[in-house]
Design a protein around this ligand. Structure first.
Ligand code: ATP
Ligand code: FE
Length: 354
């Protein structure tokens, strides 16, 4: 099966061509990602209108480029897969419309992919990995713990009740006058931290049952700490960055530890694998904290290579190919969805998500 994948749900425009062999092994034939950090940097966050316009301008050209690089024309594909949600609706439309045009024009199958399913399957782009496994998805828009039992079979154990982990990095970076995106800037600044303990930041939800996350209190505390400083300088910035980073890392690992315990209860015979995906999984302090929690429970921590941790189209093409292999295709009326929870249970509880 050869599939073109398209992604434009946040601030990256991406296209990839992937081939899936009957044994399930995959080869990425071509892939491109166009970021928009420079366009959004002046605003300290992603501006939906700017993102949507950039995606619309670039998506068709990018799809043509990866097809040319793979040496294929559209009618040689078995299908085209596009992220159909969740995400910024104007952006989601760009990939979905391009995909529908190609599917109609070339007479190939359309697959409407849940972006989160793409992230959930992303570790399988570079290695063999059996179901079930536990996924921690930590990006700019999502913070969730999910048991991945198979394609279309995911159970969410918990998610953030306010900000996403990446958002917590981005917002606290903005408070301290560090650049956007905030995660890498905080990590860099924190290297010079000498005394992060001088800031007493809250350890969110510690000891509370369940696997949900919360970051809003941390952001508020960081703002208060920063505002209380008189003429803050680089050392203050480094120390507060270090304090914020450890607070986020310990919150993520504490909640993920609970999820690992639940995974063991649900699948006592399964091999114990924790996958960390999303931009925040690139953070070394976060990885170290997760590794410690994983080792304590006999789990192996796997993080996809960085380019597949963040938004990319190869993971969308993979989800599309896996669905096609199961005979799952979508109609040309497939809607773009701003919200689209991964697990069917949540979708049933929340009719607004269609
Ligand atoms: P989505 O949420 O839809 O998946 P996104 O573009 O917001 O999309 P990613 O591209 O996966 O998400 O990740 C971007 C986020 O990851 C940003 O919030 C960024 O600050 C954060 N991030 C990136 N690198 C690091 C790092 N080294 N440390 C901490 N956070 C990081
Ligand atoms: Fe994403």
């Amino acid at each position: 099966l050869t599939v073109l994948g398209l992604e434009s749900s946040c601030d990256d425009t991406a296209a990839a061509v992937l081939r899936r062999a009957p044994d399930g092994s995959v080869t990425v034939l071509a892939e491109r990602v166009l970021g928009q950090d420079a366009a959004h940097a002046p605003y300290g966050g992603v501006v939906p209108e700017i993102a949507a316009r950039a995606h619309a301008e670039r998506m068709d050209g990018l799809a043509a480029e990866v097809l040319a690089e793979a040496g294929l024309s559209a009618h040689e594909l078995d299908g085209v897969a596009a992220t159909a949600g969740p995400g910024l609706i104007g952006g989601v439309m760009a990939a979905l419309m391009t995909a529908k045009g190609l599917a109609l024009g070339a007479g190939i199958a359309l697959v409407a992919v849940n972006h989160l399913e793409g992230h959930a399957l992303s570790p399988r782009l570079t290695r063999k990995l059996d179901f079930p496994y536990l996924l921690l998805l930590v990006s700019g828009g999502h913070t969730q713990l999910v048991i991945v039992e198979g394609v279309g079979a995911m159970t969410r154990l918990g998610s953030t009740i306010d900000d996403a982990a990446g958002e917590a990095f981005d917002k606290t970076a903005k408070i301290m006058g560090l650049g956007f995106p905030g995660g890498p800037a905080v990590e860099r600044a924190a290297r010079a931290a000498r005394n992060p303990e001088r800031f007493d930041l809250p350890r969110m939800l510690t000891g509370k049952p369940g696997c949900d996350f919360s970051f809003a209190g941390l952001k508020t505390a960081a703002r208060r700490a920063w505002d209380a400083l008189e003429a803050p300088g680089d050392q203050d910035r480094a120390d507060l960055a270090g304090a914020v980073q450890s607070a986020i890392a310990s919150h993520l690992s504490e909640r993920t530890g609970r999820a690992m315990d639940r995974f063991i209860e649900a699948f006592p015979q399964a091999s114990r694998t924790l996958v960390a995906a999303g931009g925040v999984a690139a953070n070394q302090t976060v990885r170290a904290a997760l590794t410690e929690a994983a080792q304590a429970r006999g789990f192996e921590l796997i993080a996809p290579p960085l380019k597949y941790c963040t938004d990319n189209a190869a993971m969308i093409a993979l989800a599309g190919a896996e669905r096609l292999a199961l005979g799952l295709v979508d109609g040309l009326d497939a809607p773009a969805r701003a919200r689209w929870p991964l697990d069917a249970d949540a979708a049933a509880r929340d009719p607004a998500t269609g």
